[in-house]
Design a protein. Structure first.
Length: 200
């Protein structure tokens, strides 16, 4: 989950007044009445907290965000200074069994070393798709997983010439799955997590 707050912000020594501030893991966003700053996580150079003030270092900064509560400022600083890994965001814990189908980057291969030959035995399933007809594969694969497992459908990010987020959501929801999380998989792909819908 991301962090959001409304706070007084000083940017590079100049007050921009009250602004909405959000940290989503992939970026920090500051939206004031007359100024908007978006900083990618890779461009953040550091974060610290003192007296309820969060101080963030980046090219346009430093920025001082007056959150008011010392514990809250410390929480923000810790999240920014120690961002979660992709594996943790995807729920890949030590010992978790993974089934993967598709073309994945080498880093993912290292993050998910424990592989199952059968999707029915895996705790987490990953399927990479590119075109709408492949949604049938996602549905079929999801139906093979056990009741407590989850499937991540990985698809191209922000491209209308491939499969879209709405198409993935619609196909999986209509097949009886519930979407529980979205995660940036890498620079080019997004992942949507689905579990079996509980019977009412």
């Amino acid at each position: 989950m991301g962090l959001e707050a409304t706070a007084k912000v000083t940017l590079a020594g100049t007050s921009i007044g009250e602004a909405k501030v959000a940290y989503e893991g992939a970026f920090l966003l500051i939206r004031g009445a007359s100024q908007r700053v978006k900083v990618l996580a890779g461009d953040l150079r550091g974060a610290s907290a003192a007296g309820g003030i969060l101080r963030v270092e980046f090219a346009e900064g430093p920025a001082e965000i007056h959150l008011g509560e010392p514990l809250l400022a410390a929480k923000w600083a810790d999240k920014i200074a120690n961002p979660p890994t992709r594996a943790s965001k995807l729920g890949i814990k030590p010992g978790a069994s993974v089934y993967a189908q598709g073309k994945f980057d080498r880093e993912f291969e290292n993050e998910a070393p424990t592989r199952e030959a059968s999707p029915a035995q895996a705790d987490l399933l990953f399927l990479e798709i590119a075109q709408p007809p492949e949604l049938a594969d996602a549905v079929a694969l999801g139906r093979q997983m056990h009741a407590k497992a989850a499937i991540w459908v990985v698809y191209p990010k922000g491209r209308k010439d491939t499969v879209t987020e709405m198409q993935v959501l619609t196909a999986m929801r209509e097949a009886g799955f519930t979407d529980t999380k979205v995660c940036g998989f890498n620079a080019t792909h997004t992942a949507l997590r689905f579990v079996r819908r509980k019977a009412r």
